[in-house]
Write a protein that binds this ligand. Structure first.
Ligand code: XBP
Ligand code: MG
Length: 252
């Protein structure tokens, strides 16, 4: 019998709604500081989210939307500088105005810890950003709740490649069938499924129309005892919120 050993969480869009206001706002503030005539509207940002990773997203934006923009000689260095500035701004935002965790996240993390289920993170964003989110939105020193934080440039290829999930599984020293992944996007689902992980999706405004056919379950959020989730696809077998007992039966 396989037993559930660990839960692996995506960060942006899954732990908290960080994209529309915080990441996007930080990118735009950086562009303004550098007097670049670039502005990412909510709608445009939805398109740009198809490219994971902030540096990769900026380069894609230039290629797709500003092909005539005169590029500095060392474009990679320029993009890295912009991204460093954006990361500092994003971290300041998380300290000043902590972003609430999505429904069910805190409850599930706390229950997992009580039950001896290990926790891990597999994200495209940087370790610095994850640390701030956990520190200010979950609890002080809560990075220690996680045995593994697999983040950003620790792997060569970002989601939808599976590298970050393979890295997390390697560090956990677990097989995919002993773990469950939580994601919010098609790119994230591709990454988790490519590593053979059973995956639960909680959609948000940017991702609700994406293709989640290979997910175990698609929900609007993880639910709370007094805030039932809505099932968008899959079979929740009568549950109204995700807890450890419910997750255990997925890996039997
Ligand atoms: C989401 C992403 C990230 C963020 C920006 O990552 O694609 O690129 O939008 O973060 P995930 P950075 O859902 O895997 O957590 O600017 O730090 O790359
Ligand atoms: Mg995500």
């Amino acid at each position: 019998m396989t037993k559930l050993h660990a839960l692996i969480f995506d960060v942006d869009g899954t732990l908290a709604e960080t994209e529309r206001d915080a990441h996007r706002g930080a990118f735009n503030d950086t562009f303004a500081e550098y007097r670049l005539n670039w502005y990412w509207s909510e709608e445009l940002y939805g398109e740009l989210l198809a490219i994971t990773g902030g540096k990769e997203r900026i380069k894609f934006y230039l290629d797709r939307y500003l092909p005539d923009y005169p590029r500095p000689d060392n474009i990679d260095q320029f993009v890295a500088e912009l991204h460093k500035n954006k990361t500092a701004r994003y971290n300041q935002m998380l300290v000043k105005n902590p972003i609430p965790l999505r429904p069910g996240i805190r409850r599930l993390l706390e229950e997992a810890r009580r039950e001896g289920i290990r926790l891990a993170i597999a994200t495209t964003t940087s370790l610095e950003n994850v640390t701030s989110l956990l520190e200010y939105s979950l609890a002080p020193h809560s990075t220690h709740w996680f045995d593994v934080i697999a983040a950003g440039d620790m792997v060569q290829a970002k989601k939808p490649a599976s590298d970050i999930y393979h890295h997390a599984l390697n560090e956990l020293k677990l097989d995919a069938n002993q773990c469950i992944a939580f994601e919010d996007s098609y790119n994230g689902l591709c990454a988790a499924k490519g590593a053979q992980l059973c995956t639960i999706i909680t959609v948000n405004d940017y991702t609700r129309h994406e293709n989640f056919k290979s997910a175990q379950l698609v929900l609007n959020h993880l639910g709370e005892p007094d805030l039932p989730f809505t099932v968008l696809a899959g079979d929740a077998s009568g549950a109204s919120y995700i807890d450890i007992a419910w997750l255990q039966q997925l890996v039997l």
